[in-house]
Design a binder for this molecule. Structure first.
Ligand code: BG6
Ligand code: MG
Length: 224
């Protein structure tokens, strides 16, 4: 039986846009103010996970007990205000190289596209970067109750595409995201060194053609 690729669902931060550096900066500034240790290595554990889970990870790394709920919420809000400020300076030049070309080529090939992001700021980022018209459906942190590695955000994107997981590929830069793609029943394409467990890993979307995705999909689907 021939397996035909009908949809590709992309993570946003670190896959289509450069926002991962802004998340890092906003967390780093907060951690410095609170006297909490935080560096690029700890930051890798925050990729793809929700804002609250990220702060829990930072406290966990510092072996410090969590503050009260109100204080915790206040810290999350403070990080988010700084992040939103940084995103406010974004423009279409912050779309990662190759992303627009790949989205356009998929559409031209009749393959539907989606975004599945943990971020509640997805609508803002898509608006600042003018990416929204290039993507068929969006599911994000405003739609979900569970964070990656739970498959929920990918399942919502699949529903909105009206496609089955066996017809689609997911593209992710974070290990939690690769796990979420697999838990949703899809094969995973990884971006960069943190995409552990993906069926195939590319350096960035710049290196990916529609044909590459079709080949990965057909080969991996045949394997079962
Ligand atoms: C993910 C990022 O896309 O969104 C994480 O990789 C971030 O670093 C998460 O924590 C939630 O984002 P936001 O914008 O809702 O705080
Ligand atoms: Mg990401």
């Amino acid at each position: 039986m021939r397996h035909v690729l009908r949809g590709v669902i992309f993570d946003l931060d670190g896959v289509l846009v450069t926002t991962d550096g802004f998340h890092y900066r906003a967390w780093k500034e907060l951690a410095d103010e609170l006297g909490l240790a935080f560096d690029e290595k700890v930051n890798q554990r925050l990729r793809g996970v929700s804002r609250q889970e990220s702060l829990r990870n930072i406290y966990d790394h510092n072996r410090k007990p969590l503050p009260t709920d109100d204080v915790f919420r206040g810290y999350c809000d403070r990080k988010n205000r700084r992040y939103v400020e940084l995103v406010g300076g974004m423009s279409p030049v912050d779309v990662l190289p190759g992303a627009l070309r790949l989205l356009g080529a998929l559409r031209a090939a009749g393959i539907r596209t989606g975004v599945a992001s943990a971020s509640k700021n997805t609508p803002l980022v898509l608006e600042r970067t003018a990416l929204r018209p290039h993507i068929d459906v969006v599911a994000d942190g405003n739609d979900t109750t569970r964070s990656k590695p739970d498959p929920q955000v990918f399942q919502i994107a699949l529903q909105r595409l009206d496609l089955k997981p066996e017809e689609c590929l997911g593209v992710e830069d974070a290990t939690a995201g690769i796990e979420a793609i697999h838990a949703a029943g899809m094969k995973a394409v990884g971006i960069g060194g943190q995409a552990v467990g993906a069926e195939r890993v590319f350096g960035s979307v710049l290196g990916i053609s529609v044909r590459d995705l079709m080949i990965v999909f057909e080969e991996e689907t045949r394997k079962g």
